[in-house]
Design a protein around this ligand. Structure first.
Ligand code: CP
Length: 309
């Protein structure tokens, strides 16, 4: 194993060396389709436990396991597991350890993956726990940034939209903070700002942080525009969501003065925050980003199972 963690529950467990090892392996899977890959996980089972909806994370993990030659067992909603009868997540993790070799869990509650992993004897990957963490997404975001920019230092990074509830943002900034001299432009409605502790910590790590409201004025300065969806499911009321949901929308006309090397990223799904006419712009890289998620998940599964190529 070339990585330092047994479970992947939060981005703050990941070291710079881990990022390097996982991205190197992901790059191998990205660029090699040799048939030997398809036997690596033969006989191994991945449990894919999704108590919350997902398209990319769930299917990328399941496709990754199948491409590695392994099998999957799945849970598509909490309603069909015995947690509905009151079983704890820690008991569920203990039980699933007897049936499979690695588990991926998404759940609406913060720290749910940690609870699941408490007595698990198999590696556990947090695929999103409420508004808390989504570490495999941040690894694929880092892979995507390095793929298009060929560096992870000294970037101007706009993070736009829901900086309060977005778990992908929380995980991503923890990994970006390892690298040198970024300028973060935080662009959000006042009610969806990044928490002050994280802003202070980024500054302490040596990065510049600029909080601003104007996406259009900031776009020409950016190397990366990381758009996010306003997380409707985290709001207490529909009225409070409706009040902010359409605050930022990136349209093709806004990109006139953008750097030619700008990359527009988004963990997806997008709702209305990126107009469809942006999709064909050379800066639009969010569909590549989703594709790269497959290679990162192949790398994570093979590393966490200790499978050697
Ligand atoms: N990026 C992401 O987590 O997408 P899904 O919710 O579709 O898994």
């Amino acid at each position: 194993m070339n990585i330092s963690f047994r479970h992947l529950l939060s981005a703050d467990q990941v070291t710079q060396e881990d990022i390097q090892a996982i991205c190197k392996k992901a790059s191998f899977f990205h660029h090699n389709t040799s048939s030997s890959i398809f036997d690596l996980a033969r006989g191994k089972i991945l449990a894919s436990l999704f108590f919350e909806p997902s398209t990319r994370t769930r299917f990328a993990f399941e496709a990754a396991m199948q491409k590695l030659g392994g099998n999957i067992i799945t849970l598509e909603s909490g309603a069909s597991s015995s947690t509905k009868k009151g079983e704890t997540l820690s008991d569920t993790g203990r039980i699933m350890s007897g049936y499979c070799d690695i588990a991926v869990i998404r759940h609406p509650q913060k720290n749910s993956a940690t609870e699941f992993a408490k007595h698990a004897t198999i590696p556990v990957i947090n695929a999103g726990d409420g508004s808390n963490q989504h570490p495999s997404q941040s690894l694929l975001d880092i892979y995507t940034i390095n793929h298009f920019h060929h560096r992870l230092d000294e970037l101007s990074i706009g993070i736009i939209g829901d900086l309060k509830f977005s778990r992908t943002v929380k995980s991503l900034v923890q990994l970006l903070a390892f690298y040198k001299r970024h300028t973060f432009y935080l662009i959000s409605h006042p009610s969806l700002k990044m928490n002050t502790e994280t802003v202070a910590w980024l500054k302490k790590c040596g990065h510049q942080v600029i909080e601003t409201k104007s996406l259009q004025d900031t776009l020409p300065l950016l190397d990366i525009a990381y758009m996010t969806r306003v997380q409707e499911e985290r709001f207490d009321t529909k009225e409070s969501y409706d009040a902010v949901k359409n605050h930022y929308r990136l349209e093709r006309a806004h990109l006139t003065h953008a750097k030619p090397t700008l990359t527009i990223l988004h963990p997806l799904p997008r709702i209305a925050e990126i107009a469809e006419d942006v999709d064909t712009h050379t800066s639009a890289k969010y569909f590549d980003q989703a594709q790269f998620g497959l290679y990162i998940r192949m790398a994570l599964i093979s590393e966490m199972l200790g499978l050697e190529i």
